[in-house]
Design a protein around this ligand. Structure first.
Ligand code: PLP
Length: 398
């Protein structure tokens, strides 16, 4: 029994728990009541007062997004930008780097598809070389190989902490040590890890980090965040600027602001920003270490039970495995399993490989079921999930 999390509180404060089993927290988790209420109330206020007027009245609530994020990541508030999602947050930082022919970007086999597309785009534009650092025997980035690949041509180390299609947790702080020693900027895509475990940018040693609201942070969709280390901010000119990111000072000159808000848009999802701040405070109220312990405990149980079902292969890699549990079944395609589980009011998702193409091709995988657990899930739900999965597979072979 895991005693770290008040599971009763977590379940009572998650309305939809009563109606279904949500194992799609890496897709989009369920907003807890305080977060959903903040979002609804903010929008209601905009309807009653007007959007600009609500932003004035709710300034403190909106500013809380920065304070909460700074506590979550252990950084300063002027190192944080709000974004519409993790990809745009990442893009705004990544496309600020000025690459020259022959420059190298080191990344991981488990890198997220959109990020790989961006690397290839820069490779086509500027002749950058994209290097996929090989995995070690556990399927995580091989730290020794990474170290051996460092040379003066490496301009960026950029990895996903946790891939989209598996439970692997890449050893981010080991990567950070190497990047820091070589004085190479380290960009960490923490989209799948934020809200699932403690993320301390100083301990990890990353210079840039992106995250999304809707996954393990349990915020609303259409929200994201970016962290950029203070000493790097002014070196990075965002690929897009508006008059929030910069000030027009003459008909021919502009000045870019000196904080991380240079990566933001003027127009934003204000309700989402307010609610994401509340979601982060909510996660902090449980404690990220406790959340991690609880999630790992549940995921470990689920993996063990899945491994006892004939025809099922658990496909998670890594020495450390998180709350994302992926598997394939010989009896049935992943997409059919997902649809069948819906009949039992169980939500899971399918990773079809586009988000993890390099890794999936290396392993001959096409699609896997992704059951992603959060701290509000419980042992009974896992038992019901396993029972429903068994019935689904038996009905298919009958
Ligand atoms: C590793 C990783 N990075 C980035 C993203 C993109 O996040 P967003 O949809 O918020 O842009 C995802 C989404 O699944 C992801 O898994």
């Amino acid at each position: 029994m895991n005693k770290n999390i008040d599971n009763n509180r977590a379940r009572e404060e998650t309305r939809a728990n009563k109606d279904m089993i949500h194992f799609n927290n890496a897709g989009s988790s369920l907003m807890p009541i305080p977060v959903a209420d903040c979002l609804h109330e903010y929008l209601y206020q905009e309807e009653k007062l007007g959007g600009y007027e609500t932003a004035e009245v709710e300034k403190q609530l909106l500013d809380n997004f920065y304070t909460a994020t700074a506590s979550l990541l252990n950084c300063k508030i002027d190192e944080i930008a709000f974004a519409e999602n993790a990809t745009r947050a990442w893009d705004m930082a990544f496309y600020s780097f000025k690459f020259s022919p022959g420059d190298k970007i080191l990344t991981t086999i488990a890198e997220y598809g959109s990020n790989v597309i961006a690397y290839i785009q820069q490779a086509k534009r500027y002749g950058v070389e994209v290097v996929f650092v090989p995995n070690d025997e556990y399927g995580q980035i091989d730290i020794r190989e990474l170290e051996n690949l460092i040379d003066e041509k490496v301009k960026l180390i950029s990895i996903s902490h946790i891939p989209t299609g598996g439970g692997l947790v890449n050893p981010a702080s080991e990567v950070g040590k190497i990047a820091n020693a070589a004085k190479i900027p380290f960009l960490l895509d923490a989209c799948q890890s934020l809200g699932q475990m403690p993320i301390n940018v100083d301990e990890i040693g990353c210079d840039i980090l992106c995250g999304t609201g809707r996954k393990f942070l349990r915020g609303p969709r259409g929200t994201g965040l970016l962290y950029v280390r203070k000493n790097l901010i002014e070196q990075l000119e965002p690929p897009l600027l508006d008059q929030h990111a910069a000030t027009l000072i003459s008909p021919t000159e502009y000045q870019i602001r000196s904080d991380a808000k240079r990566f933001e848009n003027w127009e934003q999802n204000f309700a989402g920003k307010a609610a994401l701040g509340v979601a982060i405070d909510y996660a902090l109220s449980f404690g990220l270490e406790s959340i991690k312990t609880r999630i790992y405990y549940l995921a470990n149980i689920l993996r063990n039970k899945l491994e006892n079902i004939d025809g099922i292969t658990v496909t998670d890699e890594g020495l450390e495995k998180c709350g994302i549990v992926t598997f394939a079944a010989v009896q049935m395609p992943a997409s059919s399993i997902k649809q069948n589980l819906r009949k039992y009011k169980i939500n899971v998702s399918v990773s079809d490989g586009s988000g993890s193409l390099v890794s999936f091709q290396n392993r001959n995988l096409t699609e896997v079921i992704r059951a992603s657990l959060h701290y509000f899930n419980n042992d009974n739900e896992i038992d019901f999930f396993i029972e429903s999965l068994r019935k689904t597979l038996i009905n298919n072979t009958a």
